[in-house]
Design a protein around this ligand. Sequence first.
Ligand SMILES: Nc1ncnc2c1ncn2[C@@H]1O[C@H](COP(=O)(O)OP(=O)(O)OP(=O)(O)O)[C@@H](O)[C@H]1O
Ligand SMILES: [Mg+2]
Length: 250
Amino acid sequence: MFFGCKNLSFSYYEKKVLTNINLDVKKGEFVGLVGSNGSGKSTLLKLLCGILFPQEGEVIIKDQKLDEHNRIKVGYIFQNPENQIIGVTVEEDVAFGLENIGVPREKMLERIEWALSTVGLEGLNHADPNALSGGQKQRLAIASILAMEPEIILMDEPTSMLDPKGRNEIYKVIRNLREIGETIIIASHHYSDLEHVDKIIALNDGEIVYEGEKDQFYKSNVIQSELPFNEKIKRQFNADLKELVDEICR
Ligand SMILES: Nc1ncnc2c1ncn2[C@@H]1O[C@H](COP(=O)(O)OP(=O)(O)OP(=O)(O)O)[C@@H](O)[C@H]1O
Ligand SMILES: [Mg+2]
């Protein structure tokens, strides 16, 4: 198995929030993780990258059980980029993780340049991260993870804090990441975030209730009756559209 989990269950203290989750993600796949607030998306992503540990089941990366040694292969991007930015300059921020894993200096510079250009931040090496726009900060957070050369990138609602312009910047980055064959799981409520996914995984109350094609997901009556958030996704789509039109007309 390239990446996924087997019979994963998780509770916060007494409260069970994920039940018997099985995932099988292929190399190069782009997966959308959807579900209403509190359905367990963030918890699942945190288990998949080793920030949290399951009480039952296991996470698998390249046929190995995820542990403290190989979890570096899974990159996790926080919803709020402010949580991830630590450097005084853009370059330092990307360098931080590389220093931690002992990448030699010349290799480090190469990786920094590559990661910054992949997210469209080339030339901003010496800029102050705090002076960046929201979209640029999120792209910096992606570059810092990308430079570590993870096998898979997990994004938790990467556009939820951004305006339409910032969101479009992230879509462009995702397109670039897909072109270079990165494997991505994106948790999101935004219909537009999910437009190009290969498959959708839907969580409801900590259980997988759908896994398959995106179009089928939106059509499925079962899902519509089981998942009230389907309506929310539609509304969000309309809100996205309105925002985009407003932006264009401004
Ligand atoms: N640190 C925590 N301690 C206790 N309960 C938690 C903790 N974090 C999350 N939960 C609970 O676990 C459940 C799943 O939360 P989670 O954040 O994974 O959902 P989510 O699908 O990411 O929601 P959202 O769409 O709001 O981001 C919720 O009921 C939540 O209240
Ligand atoms: Mg969440």
